[in-house]
Design a protein around this ligand. Structure first.
Ligand code: PGA
Length: 231
């Protein structure tokens, strides 16, 4: 079971350090892998606060080249140098607002894996796509560009459930995870309005191997409550 907190554009270095020191001292279950994904500028503070613990620090994206003329981008090698353990790629907000495509997501994922980082690659259908009965096809398209790897995890995040307070029903999540696992045999996390009060039911579904948590990962109490909910 893996629980990852995606902080998005929240928490600068001071706040990130304080959060991670509190998380380090929290009572986390031994059988749950815990990951935080701070913004780039807070990665060093998080990595420092969590050094020597089992809690992993992930970036929220990374570029496919080691270095080059790519203003505003960060490479996997740079992340490794900082003590970062992995990276998200292809979050729907990156796809929606920053022109990320299946192809760029695949390139980012492959480069990060080649550099020895772990990767959580995000996929998921929009509301319009679900209403049009296209969920299965969208997931197949988004997942089939990714190469299987022992360090790859997929996060199924229906776009209509992100930050909206709406979650997929456990049955929707189970079905989507099944589709994804037919294409790639890797762990699959559920994401989209996971909260302390719905985590246990979602995490109990067959094929749900953990959660990618946004809003509810921003306070230590609710994030720890989610980490403890599988047990
Ligand atoms: P949310 O975000 O939990 O706030 O819906 C999830 C995500 O975007 O990863």
């Amino acid at each position: 079971m893996l629980i990852a907190g995606n902080w998005k554009m929240f928490k600068g270095p001071a706040e990130a350090g304080a959060f991670c020191r509190e998380l380090r001292d929290a009572d986390l279950p031994d059988d749950v892998d815990v990951v935080v994904c701070p913004p780039y500028v807070s990665l060093a503070a998080a990595a420092q606060a969590l050094a020597g613990t089992e809690i992993g620090v992930f970036a929220q994206s990374c570029h496919w080249d080691r270095e080059g003329a790519f203003t505003g981008e960060i490479s996997a090698a740079m992340l490794k140098e900082l003590g970062v353990y992995g990276s998200l790629v292809g979050h729907s907000e990156r796809r929606l607002y920053f022109g990320e495509t299946d192809e760029t997501v695949a390139r980012r994922s492959a480069a990060a894996l080649a550099e020895g980082l772990h990767v959580i690659a995000c996929v998921g259908e929009s509301e319009q796509e679900r209403d049009a009965g296209e969920t299965d096809a969208v997931l197949r398209r988004q997942v089939s560009v990714l190469e299987s790897d022992e360090n790859l995890v997929i996060a199924y995040e229906p776009v209509w459930a992100i930050g909206t307070g709406r979650t997929a029903t456990p049955e929707m999540a189970r079905q989507a995870h099944e589709t994804i696992k037919e294409i790639l045999d890797v762990p699959v996390l559920y994401g989209g309005s996971v909260k302390p009060d719905n985590a246990a039911e979602l995490l109990a579904q067959p094929g749900v191997d953990g959660a990618l948590v946004g809003g509810a990962a921003l306070t230590v109490d609710s994030f720890v409550a989610i980490c403890r909910s599988p047990s």
